[in-house]
Design a protein around this ligand. Sequence first.
Ligand SMILES: [Zn+2]
Length: 328
Amino acid sequence: MPFHNIRGQQHALEYLRRSLQNQRIAHAFLFTGPEGVGKRTTALALAQALNCQETENQDACGLCNTCRRIEKGVHPDVHEIVPDGQSIKIEQIRDSIHREAMLKPLEGKNKIYLLDPADALTLEAANSLLKLLEEPPAKVVLILITTQPFALLTTIRSRCQEIRFQAVARQVLAQWLEARLSCTQAQAVTLAMLSGGRPAEALRLADEEQKALRAQVLQIAQKTKELEWEVCAQQVGELRAELPEILMFLLTWYRDLLVLVQGGEKALIINQDYWEALQQAAVRETAEGLQEKYRSVLQAVEQLKRNINVQLLLENLFSRLANPLQAI
Ligand SMILES: [Zn+2]
């Protein structure tokens, strides 16, 4: 995907385009920022821009043979180095980079190495990489990707051009999702908000399985008044999904209700695609009760990190959701 198809990350993209225009591309970049905001996509776009046969305005065409092979991960001059098991090992740096980097690009103009995530480098591997950064070979560009820049050796970090990536603005991401997924505006806004401005996470949440899971969780949340809390706990326990995800959906539900009950605008609602259901549910709630419910889900999220028995946690949670204002 060339630069012109990437949404958000204006600062990063402008910097890279300017560097290409001035022909002052760093030997090594460090792309930092949260998971799923486009660091790897931009790294591949840079690899395309540096090798494309039909570049225009400091950007790749995205269509030529070179661009397509980079996108598919089969171009001989663009290499992704990922952990072998838990870490990126010294042999990988030696075999993939040191040995090959001295040779000319096979067919492209530049050799690109992506290290993702760079914080997975072992100390030996990092030191080996450092030697390369101290005397960078011509026509080689290293792109280190990480969500945890502080976990890298400072000597490595100081030799890389650091580019920070941020969560994408909600409106920008929602518009992109609406076009890409051909979904409704409400669904796009919901995904943009649920993902916290991370395009890759939004696309993951958009898949059918995730949509079905969210629908099931929100349906149970709507029935906590009619069903016995034991039944709710059991139904949630039977969902084939990770509990943190389920709790996150529950949390957004009570958060939205709280916003509504306190007179907040629609624009602040996360589950916009459940707008009517939310309005119906809000009529039966009080701000005080909702605050308690929201707090109960938050506590469950915390308890889950301490390896508590899942069934017990759910029973405790739903009994509190059914009777939020009773002293426990
Ligand atoms: Zn191209």
